[in-house]
Design a protein around this ligand. Structure first.
Ligand code: GLN
Length: 479
């Protein structure tokens, strides 16, 4: 018997005790997806079980199913990145992260919905329709890894793989009451991830608990000869030091903007409870001013749009995906294919990106943003000489209502203020739950650390989690 909500760890233990078989586990989740996903639209496709998916029973994730954000290549499967332009595109190879999970014994049973080409914070830009938040279906699950987060939060799958460029794992984790990490840039391979902003993109896991997250991210980590930006380090076991204790005297800085008046009062109250608790557990807490943080959004905006414009130039009907054939010239074929294939958000970003890169504007925007990036990096490095970790709310607001920002994308971009800044400089951050609003919507906060500090982030977050019971709550409608 598999309960509606279980962790990876519980499933691994049940398998070891032979209380369940991998086939029963698969059937259980396929059945839950069929029963519950119509209200959420988190899953775009279920792969009906075949022989090869239960083949490998070796490894730390042996027998555990997962789903994959639709912008990650799974050999022979559709990979649309939530976009019409790729609606019939099938991947010809596996992303490295998929191969690594298979070697660890896990198997993919489907594709998860996402914002188009991972551009968005709400799941609403998917060409296949919005995903909803299982805690309240009038609200968004966050984005862009919207389906990955909603599926795990509703207990439709034990874990899901997302991608993050500026919050797309942590923000939906926060909105759905889950754990999500952006690892150090280069910790994981990007081979087989559809590029959005190549110098920030990383894959990450969405899980119910800190331990599960550490376990999956350990399996994903390590150098890859197919991605020259991976760090020359072997895989690391992030579960090794999870003992439930906070290193006594550890210095944790509260980012000053994280306690500003502009933070939603319910988010502020949950965050205050969290840092007081960390203090009671033995951390030395101080308030840290990071003046460069206010430039994070602008730097992210320029750098991401520029890379989006160049990365997405490959989708023109000649190599991948759809081609509009009724055209009088090659140029018109490109134009029609791109105009009909891309949604509004993607087109806007391509236009902005080409603008900031164009002659006469490159110095004013792109090169200036690179300077700002160096400034942010210098400030974070100096700060991490004084404190071991930083904390802030993951998002300054509660989960948005569907359509709340439909006429005001800039306000939605601004709500990414705490999640874009570390991605711009490639340093890791981990979001975990720290409470609920009065209306029952999840609230998260995040730990930020210097390069390669993942093990410490997990250790402190695990201790916090073990002193709370947020990870034991589930959205009632899916029990
Ligand atoms: N919400 C951010 C954006 O829209 C981040 C996206 C991401 O991390 N892929 O750009």
């Amino acid at each position: 018997m598999i309960p509606s909500f279980t962790t990876i760890k519980e499933l691994v233990d049940k398998l070891a005790r032979k209380e369940v078989t991998p086939t029963e586990i698969t059937q259980h989740y396929v059945q839950r997806i069929k029963q519950h996903d119509p209200s959420l639209q988190s899953i775009l496709e279920i792969f009906e079980p075949t022989n090869d998916i239960t083949g490998n029973l070796q490894g730390p994730l042996a027998g555990i199913p997962f789903v994959v954000k639709d912008n990650i290549c799974q050999k022979g499967k559709l990979a649309t990145a939530g976009s019409c332009i790729l609606k019939n595109y099938r991947a010809s190879y596996n992303a490295t992260v998929i191969n690594k999970l298979h070697s660890a014994g896990a198997y993919s049973i489907g594709r998860a919905n996402c914002d188009e080409f991972a551009m968005g914070s709400s799941g609403e830009t998917s060409a296949w329709g919005p995903t909803r938040n299982p805690w309240n279906i009038d609200h968004v699950p966050g984005g862009s890894s919207s389906g990955s987060a909603a599926a795990v939060a509703a207990g439709l799958i034990p874990f899901a793989i997302g991608t993050e460029t500026g919050g797309s794992v942590r923000q939906p984790a926060s909105f759905c009451g889950l754990v999500g990490m952006y690892p150090t840039y280069g910790r994981n391979s990007r081979y087989g991830l559809m590029a959005m902003t190549s110098s920030f993109d990383q894959a990450g896991a969405l899980t119910k608990t800190v331990y599960d997250n550490a376990l999956v991210m350990s399996c994903l980590s390590g150098q890859d000869s197919n991605d020259s930006t991976t760090i020359p380090l072997p895989a690391q076991d992030f579960t090794a030091n999870l003992d439930g204790k906070i290193p006594q005297g550890i210095k944790i800085g509260i980012i000053k903007d994280g306690i500003a008046a502009s933070i939603d009062p319910e988010v502020a109250a949950a965050f205050e409870r969290a840092y007081k608790q960390l203090e009671a557990l033995g951390a030395k807490i101080s308030i840290i001013d990071l003046p460069s943080l206010k430039h994070g959004n602008a730097a992210y905006f320029i750098l991401s749009r520029a890379q989006i414009a160049s990365n997405l130039s490959r989708y023109d009907g000649s190599l991948y995906g759809n081609r509009i054939k009724q055209a009088e010239s090659l140029e018109q074929m490109y134009e029609k294919t791109r105009w009909e294939g891309f949604g509004q958000e993607v087109k806007t970003r391509i236009l902005t990106g080409n603008f900031v890169l164009s002659a006469g504007h490159k110095d004013a925007y792109y090169n200036k943003a690179l300077h700002v990036r160096s400034m942010i990096n210098a400030e974070f490095e100096a700060t991490f000489a004084d404190v071991d970790l930083l904390i802030s709310p993951t998002v300054p607001t509660l989960p948005f209502k569907l359509g709340q920002f439909s006429g005001d994308p800039v306000s939605m971009y601004l709500a990414d203020c705490f999640t874009v800044v570390n991605c711009v400089i490639g340093t890791p951050a981990l979001s975990i739950p720290c409470g609920y609003s009065k209306s029952g919507l999840p609230i998260g906060f995040q730990f930020l650390g210097p390069r390669l500090s993942e093990a410490l982030l997990y250790k402190v977050a695990y201790a916090f989690e073990q002193n709370n019971d947020y990870h034991l709550n589930h959205p009632k409608a899916y029990e």
